[in-house]
Structures are given as structure tokens and as C-alpha cells.
Design a protein around this ligand. Structure first.
Ligand SMILES: [Zn+2]
Ligand SMILES: [Zn+2]
Length: 302
């Protein structure tokens, strides 16, 4: 079973971006030009409570998008929820509405729904478990990293997964300031074609990875059950699972060298695996979860 490679195109995109339509510093036009310069293929502009329709603008695939926020439920928890690929406006949703209503409205609009930056939002596992129907959680959020120091939500994701819920894993820059936040995290999808429909299909089918720079070229579950990954040069490759300890979880390159592949044999008690890589500059790449309880069949060749 190959989860990533196969026929198709690697397309790079940001699923969470702000412009002057809400609290971002660049106009949508300037924003699109910037991401085009950075080599992005698609972009989702997710201004707060302001739906931007999908289309193609200045050569960039634009996924319809919006971010819905409720900052008012409790003094120390907020809910920020983004939709990519919204097919119609969700502007009727108010910032005082229930977060579940926000997810439901985005789903009804056809979106790939992501719970943004739970580490920044100080969300508990109960918060994540109570909300139903979302597709993914940001494991990395750039603006939370550079401006608040809480960009990494990997513990929230793995705690939820250890409870049995495997959601998609994304990275996004969530740029507002167009400083170091812009371009600090994105997803790479394996899409059948360079279209919005193909990008969305790849997101829903989890044919993508999240990254700050390094690449995953192949992620496989071999016939004997081992998990094998091929990557751009990395200093460490880690196989996270829902077991506390695993003697061969962490693979480290020899001094002065690098790793471009690694394998992991799941233990009898692992129910999932996800792969994370770190390059010499400290930049990370994250796979989606592989559900070991599922007998998976290969995707149709594309
Ligand atoms: Zn947010
Ligand atoms: Zn945002």
C-alpha cells in the first residue's frame, strides 16, 4: 500500500491565509502574487468570517475559504476553524455561534474542515473530542510559532489519536503579518490534475503531507506490515505511535550524513503510526496517520 506516490502531480499549497479582507497586512492581490513567487500552486484565503470564493486568480488555484472563530466560550479557550474548498458563503455564521455549528456550516458548504492551532488556543483533549465532523488539525501553525511561541500541536493530535480518533494532519502559515510567518508551513498534495477538484480530492483522501520544507517522496505499508518512508535528506526520522516506548522509533543520521529512507516494524500493540522528519536546519515534515487496524487496499493507480 502506497499512501503518497503513484501517478499524479505534487502540488504545494497554503490552507490558511489572511488578507486585508480581515486582519492580514496584504491585499488579496498582493498575497496571491507573493505565494506565486514562492512557488505555491494553490492557496486558500481564510479571512475571519468572510468567505472568499474559489477560482483561478493570476495563475493561482484558489480554494474557496473562510475562518470561523468563537473566542467567547470560556476565558482561556477559543475555537478557530478553517474551511478549504467552500462552495458557497458561510458569512451567516456569527462569532458567537457554537463551534459545532461552524463545523457543520463549513461541511454543508463542501469544505475540508481544519481545526486551527489547538496549542495556541490552549485546547484540551475534551475540547477536541467534543467537536465532531472536522477533517484535520494543524500540527503546525506559523503565525502561532513566530509570534506566540506555540506553533506545535503534535501532542494534542497524538493524544486525540491515542483515544482512537485519527484526523488529517496539516501545516499552514496562517500569515497575518507577512514577516517570517509567510511561507513557514504548507501542505503538498499528490493530485491527479492541476485543478481545485483534484486538490480537494487529495486532501479528503489524505494523499498529502505537511511540511516546513523537507519532502516525503513515498510512504508505504509493506506486505509484511513494516512502514517504509522515502524523504529528502533528513537528520532524524521518527515513527510516532500510540505506544509509550519503542526501541526503534527514532532514526538518526550518522554524524555528517543524512537519511533519505527509514523503516519501522510496528509492535503488536501499536494501532497507528505517523512519520515525522527533521532536516539539518531543524525544519520538519509530517505524514498523516496510518491506521494499522485497517486492512487497506491500494489506491487506484492515478
Ligand atoms: Zn486562528
Ligand atoms: Zn487564521
Amino acid at each position: 500500500m502506497e499512501y503518497l506516490a503513484g501517478e499524479g502531480l505534487w502540488l504545494k499549497g497554503n490552507l490558511h491565509t489572511h488578507t486585508t479582507e480581515s486582519d492580514g497586512k496584504l491585499t488579496p492581490r498582493e498575497c496571491i502574487a507573493l505565494y506565486r513567487e514562492k512557488g505555491y500552486d494553490f492557496l486558500c484565503i481564510t479571512d475571519h468570517h468572510r468567505t472568499r470564493p474559489g477560482g483561478e486568480e493570476d495563475g493561482m488555484l484558489i480554494l474557496g475559504g473562510a475562518e470561523l472563530n468563537n473566542n467567547n466560550i470560556a476565558p482561556r479557550v477559543c475555537w478557530h476553524i478553517t474551511g478549504a474548498g467552500v462552495q458557497h458563503s458561510v458569512d451567516e455564521i456569527r462569532p458567537t455561534d457554537d463551534p459545532q455549528k461552524m463545523v457543520d456550516a463549513l461541511k454543508a458548504a463542501g469544505a475540508f474542515v481544519t481545526l486551527a492551532h489547538p496549542a495556541w488556543s490552549l485546547m484540551t483533549d475534551e475540547n477536541l473530542r467534543t467537536l465532531q465532523g472536522y477533517d484535520a488539525i494543524e500540527i503546525y501553525n506559523g503565525v502561532s510559532d513566530f509570534y506566540s511561541g506555540r506553533g506545535d500541536s503534535s501532542v494534542q493530535l497524538d493524544t486525540l489519536a491515542a483515544g482512537g480518533r485519527l484526523v488529517g494532519i496539516t501545516a499552514a502559515d496562517d500569515t497575518h503579518f507577512y514577516g517570517p510567518d509567510a511561507g513557514s508551513g504548507w501542505v503538498v498534495v499528490r493530485a491527479a490534475a492541476r485543478t481545485r477538484e483534484a486538490v480537494l480530492e487529495a486532501l479528503f483522501e489524505k494523499r498529502y503531507y505537511a511540511t516546513q520544507g523537507p519532502a516525503l517522496y513515498s510512504l508505504q505499508r509493506l506486505a509484511d506490515g513494516r512502514i517504509r518512508v522515502e524523504t529528502s535528506p533528513l537528520e532524524r526520522i521518527l515513527f510516532y505511535t500510540d505506544s509509550f516506548f519503542s526501541a526503534d522509533r527514532v532514526h538518526t543520521a550518522p554524524a555528517g550524513g543524512s537519511l533519505t529512507q527509514a523503516e519501522y516494524a510496528p509492535s503488536g500493540i501499536d494501532t497507528w503510526v505517523r512519520v515525522e522528519g527533521i532536516d539539518a536546519a531543524g525544519k520538519r515534515v509530517w505524514s498523516n496517520y496510518i491506521d494499522l487496524t485497517k486492512k487497506e487496499t491500494a489506491h487506484a493507480k492515478r
